[in-house]
Ligand binder design. Structure first.
Ligand SMILES: C[S@@+](CC[C@H](N)C(=O)[O-])C[C@H]1O[C@@H](n2cnc3c(N)ncnc32)[C@H](O)[C@@H]1O
Length: 374
């Protein structure tokens, strides 16, 4: 199932929804309209949704037949007992009911997040101001180091209160200044350990060619005083109380390829352009997207205490997670609304759960569902 574009001889582009018809056993196409036409995109989206829902119904029907025949069926897979049909059916329910949750956004300091209940958040993804003198309207980004770390501690304490047992916090931070170099990621890590968080690891975000790497070489081609030039930033990962997150009847949305990639300690993807996002220091959507898929299940809650232009909430919404954001500067409100509003369709690759084009057997179907619900 896909939405494809075709070009006419005159060079105009048209959208088609193509799918495999299980009954007629052949590929079919439905014309949706000229590509630049909003209605065409809407039509293609509706057709996709309708197709997926029909597929779910088909899966449910098949599961029900099997369930009635010999429930609860258990299988042995690599020595482990896999879940019963009832669990798989409830997994399907969860996928089917995945929604676009509207984020809760508060324009105030996250030093006090009393609006958020204790132990109600599974993941915090954030990038605090780096204390490098950026021109924020409502925040002084040029504090003394201790004053800056004390300020962050007040926010981290609140984060600890609202995280559930096993909940994670991912802090994106860059080291700053040269001669002397200020290893902010070390200072913040030590403070987090003192606050009682358990450290899971550090990811180095390699920005590759997009790093806009500085040409402050220090002494060019001379050992006298050369400078090390950063090509990326850090993402510090901590857990509260336990390394393990509650997972009963929850659905992950990460693929095997992504999982293999995200368990590595270096992540490579480009940065984004702040001017475009109406904010001096946004992170790219890829950053929260990876963390959300890696560390949370569908329907979990993700919070960003330094929301900026709203990137974390936009991505959380698109991936079927609830989200909460705190931003001290109300002037970012239109930007946040615009960004979050752009997440108008779930990005979950629901196709992963589909009967394949050749008409999968019930066994392969169950294996498919199982591999996504473990
Ligand atoms: C590095 S930016 C975050 C950018 C964000 N990740 C994005 O993608 O747009 C840090 C943000 O924290 C905000 N901020 C600073 N102090 C704050 C506080 N006490 N409470 C909430 N937000 C604060 C700043 O106004 C700024 O927008």
């Amino acid at each position: 199932m896909s939405v494809t574009t075709k070009k006419s001889k005159e060079g105009r582009e048209y959208l088609y929804f193509s799918y495999y018809d299980q009954h007629e056993k052949k590929k079919k196409e439905i014309y949706c309209g000229p590509k630049e036409d909003n209605d065409a995109l809407q039509r293609a989206t509706e057709l996709k949704r309708e197709y997926l829902l029909n597929q779910y119904k088909e899966i449910e029907k098949q599961l029900k037949v099997l369930d009635e025949r010999d429930a609860p069926i258990k299988k042995k897979q690599s020595g482990e007992t896999i879940r019963s049909i009832e669990n798989q059916t409830s997994a399907l329910e969860l996928i089917k009911n995945a929604s676009l949750y509207d984020p809760e956004i508060y324009f105030k300091s996250s030093e006090n997040m009393s609006e958020v209940e204790k132990e109600s958040v599974q993941l915090i993804v954030t990038s605090p101001p780096y204390n490098v003198g950026k021109e924020y309207v409502a925040y002084n980004d040029n504090k003394q180091l201790d004053e800056y770390l004390d300020f962050l501690d007040r926010v981290w304490r609140e984060c600890k209160r609202i995280l559930c047992k096993g909940g994670r916090i991912a802090i994106n931070v860059a080291d700053t200044w040269r001669q002397p170099y200020i290893p902010l990621h070390c200072y913040i890590s030590v403070r987090m350990l003192k606050l009682g968080f358990k450290m899971r690891g550090v990811i180095y975000w390699n920005k590759g060619a997009s790093a806009g790497i500085s040409t402050a070489w220090g002494s060019w081609r001379s050992p006298s005083n050369p400078t090390i030039r950063d090509v990326g930033e850090y993402i510090l990962i901590f857990s509260k109380d336990s390394f393990k997150l509650e997972s009963e009847n929850k659905i992950p949305t990460i693929t095997s390829t992504e999982f293999t990639e995200y368990t590595k300690s270096v992540w490579t993807f480009p940065t984004t352009n702040g001017v475009k996002d109406g904010h001096p220091a946004p992170f790219p959507e890829e950053l929260p997207r990876r963390l959300i898929k890696f560390y949370t299940y569908l329907g979990d809650t993700v919070l960003d205490p330094f929301l900026g232009s709203g990137t974390t909430c936009k991505v959380a919404k698109a991936w079927g997670r609830k989200s909460i954001g705190y931003e001290i500067d109300k002037s970012y409100k239109p930007e946040i609304q615009k960004k979050v509003g752009r997440a108008s369709e779930l990005a979950i690759p629901l196709d992963n759960f589909m009967i394949n084009d050749k008409g999968a057997t019930l066994d392969t179907l169950l294996a498919q569902i199982e591999s996504h619900s473990m």
